[in-house]
Structure formats: structure tokens, C-alpha cells
Design a protein around this ligand. Structure first.
Ligand SMILES: [Zn+2]
Length: 467
């Protein structure tokens, strides 16, 4: 009998994401793996031959299957249907989208309600004096794709643009969602997914739609219908994620209120990018504040000030190996690991701030002038203290606007000497992980890629060629 526990243990994503184990995947917040799922499905639609994520063993394309459990959805890896059945991690028959879709569309009652909602939305579109054209369920001539699409409701508003409104009652399929977004984006049509009600818990397909709409859900219910009639245009009830797994109070919005300028997504407020950015900055701000206080308390030895204690403790919650490394560091170097960490933080912050500003901003050493960052790095790499961080500093630099420094001969030499002179810390090392939590924009491949997809990677974290 087939071992039901069998599952893909590790998937290799295209860089910069890299490998993501099943444990890492399952430990991610829902927004994180929903985003990965979305990107995998978009890629699948764009180019089947280049899957974004591959099984470590058979190198077949994998996707993220959302498994419903009593406490919510759990992400699992699964092979795409064409995968080799010989893979030791092969997980048995996948439901083929076409079969599943056929089964799903058999709900006749559902289709009656669907029909009524579509007709009503089109009538409401026509109430708006700006409406130039509208249709229900009719073929929209595809300019690019061979396969045509029938938007539930299609409406063109003078000054506002062309809209496809998809009324979704049953759970949509991830490949279908991705395909529609790509299709309408190519056609210059704004796509809005509309639910009739939000189920609790939401089916995965609804989560996929909400992810695509950056944490926004649109509902057309009686209240929205009433408001639409009153205002003479389509009004939807908009629910925004509150960032804690719930929703903010619903708001009634017209199509005019929506942001339509961000590529393939239409939304009222981008609830995902802001939260992700805030998460990226959280620990860094903590250290930054502590360091400022430390400089006031101990101007000559700020890195050894007790003001850093709370920032260190907060970081240790995210990096479990930190306390053990602190003890080891003391035993080997007779120095304080937290002071060492604070100095490395000051070194990397100097690089980040200088990259952001386009001119040197140093938080450690007293070098001045246009070569100050280079001199600071060279002097730090020369001292025995930071030689073990050569590789880390090199990786950091390579992902910032100061990446051209890596071809400067003096620094290349210092980095080579550091590598020869001391054992380099790697990604598993607590100090590396601490820096990864403080600068996730650079060191956390999954977060870096998500910010990149959203066009929200900060200036300083864009390598010189990417600006
Ligand atoms: Zn496999």
C-alpha cells in the first residue's frame, strides 16, 4: 500500500529564493506561502517548461497544495500531474484541474444565483452615465491569447477604463486565477473578483484571490446592491485584511475608489506589502533605537552599553541559537557577542544607509570623504574581529546599490585574506541568522523575492545594475 505520509521534503525555488524545506514552508505565515503559491501558478501559466519550484529528488515541477485541517489550511508540496511516478516522494494521484472543475460546475442552484448577480451588476454598470459599453458572459475578443475568455461582466467606463468583473461563488482554481490575471493584464483590462459572501473558514481558492488582490476581498451582497442603486454605479463591499488573520470593518467602495495602476492587481489598499515592509524593519528599528540610547549613555563604548539588552533579547526570540553562541563567543574570544553583533549591525547599516543616500553615512569608525565606506570595510576586515564575517559582508554588498565596491582591488584583497585567515560563518550560523532577521531584504531569499515581485524592494537593496 502506498505510504500516505510520503511528501516532498524540500523544494528548490529559482534564485533568489533558493531551497525551502517542508518545515520552513509550514512555519511560514499564511501570507508568505499564499504568495509563493501565487507565483508558482503564475509561472505555470506563463511557461510550463520552467517551473518556479522543483522537487529536490526528481527535479519535477511542484506546487503548493493547501490542505484544509480543523485549525485552518496547511501548505504542502505536491508534484504537478506530469511528474515522474517513480519519485520516492511521489504523493499519489493529483486531482486533475479539468475533472475537478467539471465536478464543481455541476451545482445548478449556484449557477442560477451566479446568473442573477451577473445580470444585476451589468444593470448597475449601465446606471452609471460614464458606462460606454457593457456585456454579460460574452466573448471578449482575445488580442493575444489563443484561448478566449468570457468575463462574467465586462464594462467600459469613460475616464475609468475597462473592467472584467468575475463573480466567484464556488472556489476558483489556482491555475484559473493566475491565467485570468495574466490574460486581462495583457489585454489592459482591470480584473476584480467578486464574492457573494465570505465563508469562514475561507476555501483556499478565495485565499488565492485575496492574495492576488493584495489582502482585499470584494463582496456584492444586498447591502452593496442597495448602495449601488442609491449611488447609480457599482458599489462593492470591501474587506481589508487586518494583518492578524482577520478583517477590518467593511467599507462600501465604488470602482473609482480602487487602485488600478499596479500591474495585474486591483485593490483599495495594499495590505500585504505594507505589513511585509513593517516586518522587515521591526527588529532593525529596535536595534537602531537601542544604539542611539547607547551612544548617549556610553559615548566612548556604545556597543558595550546595557541599553542594547532589550534589542538583543527580542532578536534572540527569532534566532534561537543566539544565547548558546553568546556563551561560546565569550569562551573563545573573551568578548561580548551582543557588542560584536551590534558592531556588525552598525557596519551593515552603514552600507545600507550609504547605498540609500548615494553618499557615505557611517555609524562605525570615523572615516570621512567619498571613500569612507570602502575604508571602513577594509579596516574592519583587517582586524581579527570581523574576519569571520568576510563572506557575509560580501553577500550583503552584492545585493545593494554599493555592489560595485566588490570589484575594487583593495576590498577584493581584504575579502580574500579574510577567507584565508578565518573560518567563515555560513547561513546556519546564529550571527548570520541574526543579520538575516535584521536585514531580511537581503538575506532572506523568500522575503527578498516577494518584495521584488511587488516592486517594493527598497532602493538600497537593489544591486547597481537593477536601479
Ligand atoms: Zn519528486
Amino acid at each position: 500500500m502506498r505510504d500516505r505520509q510520503r511528501t516532498i521534503q524540500i523544494a528548490d525555488f529559482e534564485l533568489p529564493r533558493g531551497s525551502v524545506s517542508i518545515e520552513q514552508l509550514m512555519a511560514m505565515p499564511r501570507t508568505g506561502w499564499d504568495h509563493l503559491r501565487r507565483e508558482i501558478n503564475l509561472r505555470r501559466q506563463q511557461d510550463r517548461s520552467q517551473p518556479l519550484a522543483k522537487c529536490r529528488l526528481c527535479e519535477g515541477g511542484v506546487y503548493i497544495r493547501s490542505q484544509a485541517t480543523q485549525t485552518g489550511h496547511v501548505p504542502m508540496y505536491a508534484h504537478f500531474p506530469e511528474a515522474s511516478k517513480d519519485c520516492p516522494w511521489y504523493d499519489g494521484g493529483n486531482l486533475r484541474p479539468d475533472d475537478a472543475r467539471a465536478a464543481q460546475y455541476q451545482g445548478h442552484q449556484e449557477s442560477a444565483l451566479h446568473r442573477r448577480l451577473c445580470m444585476r451588476l451589468e444593470e448597475l454598470a449601465k446606471l452609471d452615465s460614464r458606462c460606454l459599453e457593457s456585456s454579460v458572459n460574452t466573448y471578449l475578443r482575445p488580442a493575444i491569447h489563443a484561448r478566449g475568455r468570457w468575463p462574467d461582466v465586462y464594462a467600459v467606463f469613460d475616464g475609468l477604463g475597462r473592467f472584467a468583473l468575475e463573480v466567484q461563488l464556488s472556489k476558483p482554481f489556482a491555475p484559473e486565477i493566475a491565467a485570468r490575471h495574466l490574460h486581462y493584464e495583457a489585454e489592459g483590462v482591470k480584473l476584480v473578483w467578486i464574492f457573494h459572501a465570505l465563508e469562514d473558514p475561507m476555501p483556499q481558492g478565495f485565499h488565492d484571490v485575496v492574495t492576488m488582490q493584495r489582502g482585499n476581498a470584494f463582496i456584492f451582497d444586498e447591502e452593496a446592491e442597495f448602495a449601488s442603486i442609491e449611488r447609480g454605479t457599482i458599489v462593492l463591499k470591501c474587506l481589508l485584511e487586518d494583518g492578524q488573520g482577520g478583517w477590518l470593518l467593511p467599507r462600501l467602495v465604488a470602482l473609482d475608489d480602487l487602485q488600478t495602476g499596479s500591474g495585474r492587481s486591483v485593490f483599495l489598499e495594499d495590505r500585504r506589502s505594507d505589513l511585509l515592509e513593517a516586518w522587515c524593519k521591526k527588529e532593525r528599528d529596535h536595534w537602531w533605537k537601542a544604539l542611539r540610547e547607547a551612544r548617549q549613555l556610553k559615548p566612548d563604548w556604545p556597543f558595550y552599553s546595557d541599553a542594547l539588552a532589550s534589542a538583543w533579547e527580542a532578536l534572540a526570540l527569532d534566532v534561537p541559537g543566539l544565547p548558546a553562541w553568546e556563551a561560546e563567543f565569550w569562551a573563545v574570544r573573551s568578548d561580548r557577542a551582543r557588542a560584536h553583533t551590534a558592531m556588525l549591525f552598525a557596519i551593515l547599516s552603514s552600507v545600507a544607509h550609504s547605498a540609500e543616500k548615494g553618499a557615505p553615512v557611517l555609524h562605525i569608525t570615523k572615516f570621512k570623504g567619498e571613500n569612507a565606506v570602502l575604508q571602513m570595510l577594509n579596516s574592519k576586515l583587517m582586524s581579527a574581529d570581523f574576519r569571520h564575517c568576510g563572506r557575509l559582508i560580501e553577500v550583503f554588498l552584492s545585493q545593494t546599490a554599493l555592489s560595485p565596491l566588490l570589484v575594487v582591488e583593495s576590498l577584493t584583497r581584504k575579502l580574500a585574506e579574510a577567507a584565508d585567515g578565518d573560518v567563515q560563518i555560513g547561513v546556519e550560523h546564529p550571527l548570520w541568522q541574526a543579520m538575516a532577521r535584521l536585514f531580511p531584504e537581503v538575506f532572506n531569499g523568500v522575503v527578498r523575492a516577494e518584495l521584488q515581485d511587488l516592486g517594493r524592494l527598497p532602493r538600497w537593496a537593489l544591486p547597481a545594475g537593477m536601479l
